[in-house]
Design a protein around this ligand. Structure first.
Ligand SMILES: [Zn+2]
Length: 71
């Protein structure tokens, strides 16, 4: 009779980890090879327009508002 309880606990833990590792809400990062700086790769968010330089993979969160606004 303890098995259902264990299943529920495991489900909750998985849910917490899934939310923690969830990708950025609405952000979709695209590589911009033309903007590379040395080993840093330029990433451009097509959702909000944020830009970031990373050496490994796109950012895991939205960087909107952190970079200088452009008109
Ligand atoms: Zn974004």
């Amino acid at each position: 009779m303890i098995l259902p309880i264990i299943l529920v606990i495991v489900f909750v833990i998985v849910l917490i980890f899934a939310r923690r590792n969830a990708p950025t809400r609405d952000c979709r990062w695209r590589e911009d090879r033309t903007g590379d700086k040395g080993s840093l790769r330029k990433y451009h968010c097509v959702a909000c327009g944020a830009e970031a330089y990373r050496s490994e993979g796109p950012p895991d969160r939205c960087l909107k508002g952190l970079d200088t606004p452009r008109l």
